[in-house]
Design a protein around this ligand. Structure first.
Ligand code: AVI
Length: 314
């Protein structure tokens, strides 16, 4: 049994306002549903970032100002599709670098490695499975500079406090010349954001409800999926999309492995996810809090998304 997950389920579902962390969305099935989300036309984030890395690879590489071979260390590489264009540019230009994709999923790393070996045979590839920070600590002992990639608006799933802590940890594990390229979703027309999460085919709903299916399977629970729905809300004033699972009726769910029963009132919510959207000025503040300065914002043509290049403050 996964003990941290068990503890988090009990803590979250017995709280006054129920919650479960979105980090538990990503079992094998959830990861597959997330791939579907990234292909939805409404989910503009993936296309925007793909455009930035495809069309501005040269400008990004120039802004690094590395005058020797370097590492590109990608935190949470997943299927690596966005990064491909950047890697392709570097390989085609014969610029010397190593690509170090890191993911907690062995399956994701194996698939990515196979694909890259086939499509970019000249790429120097050192995939790693495991904890970001242990691997970062190892690589910070290298003599060559590193570009860290934390793409896909992953930082948006962390609360303000947790985001600052994580970025500070990145900073602590970087050498003075290293850089961080971080993908952040920008504030924009609220309807565009709303539609990216409230999609017409209900894929995001399936993504959320899969968490209950996962708990049924892993903890012998009896969530009746049809008795739950999905709701999300974008607040343009603070840039927060918050996602929830809604209990459609008063009901009691038994989580047998955890010897726990959870009662739901009709319309009671489980908060599952925060997806934060930023203004450029807020990104500058976020960077400064974690001891970084922003070197450049690389935006897509619609100004929906930024891959921002950060450097360590001296
Ligand atoms: C992974 N993360 C940045 C996605 C997001 O946009 O918050 C996860 C997601 N949730 C619903 N749709 C996509």
């Amino acid at each position: 049994m996964n003990n941290t997950f068990a503890k988090d389920i009990i803590e979250g579902l017995t709280a006054k306002n129920k919650y479960l962390s979105s980090k538990y969305f990503y079992d094998d099935n959830g990861s597959r549903i997330f791939q579907e989300i990234m292909q939805m036309p409404e989910y503009y984030l993936t296309d925007s970032e793909f455009e930035i890395l495809s069309l501005q690879a040269q400008q990004i590489v120039e802004a690094l100002e590395f005058n020797q071979a370097f590492n590109i260390i990608e935190l949470g590489a997943g299927d690596g599709l966005k990064t491909f264009k950047l890697l392709e540019y570097l390989v085609n230009k014969d610029i010397p670098f190593n690509y170090v994709p890191i993911d907690i999923s062995q399956e994701a790393i194996t698939l990515l490695s196979e694909k890259l070996k086939e499509r970019l045979p000249k790429l120097s590839l050192q995939p790693k499975v495991g904890d970001y920070f242990e691997i970062l600590r190892e690589t910070s002992e290298h003599k060559i500079p590193s570009l860290l990639l934390f793409l896909g608006s992953n930082i948006g799933n962390y609360s303000e406090e947790k985001a600052s802590q994580l970025l500070q940890l990145f900073n602590d594990n970087m050498n003075s010349n290293d850089k961080l390229l971080i993908g952040l979703d920008l504030k924009k027309n609220p309807i565009t954001i709303h539609n990216a999460y409230y999609d017409s085919l209900g894929i995001t709903k399936r993504f959320n409800l899969n968490l209950l299916i996962r708990i049924n399977r892993e903890f012998d629970a009896d969530f009746k999926i049809d008795d739950f729905d999905f709701y999300c809300h974008y607040n343009p004033l603070n840039g927060e999309v918050k996602s929830y699972i809604v209990s459609l009726k008063a009901q009691t769910v038994h989580i047998n492995t955890l010897n726990t029963s959870i009662h739901f009132k009709q319309n009671e919510l489980i908060w599952t996810e925060l997806s934060k959207k930023y203004a450029l000025s807020e990104i500058e503040l976020l960077a400064h809090k974690a001891n970084f300065s922003v070197k450049h914002h690389f935006l897509d043509c619609k100004h929906y998304f930024t891959d921002s290049l950060w450097e360590k403050l001296a």
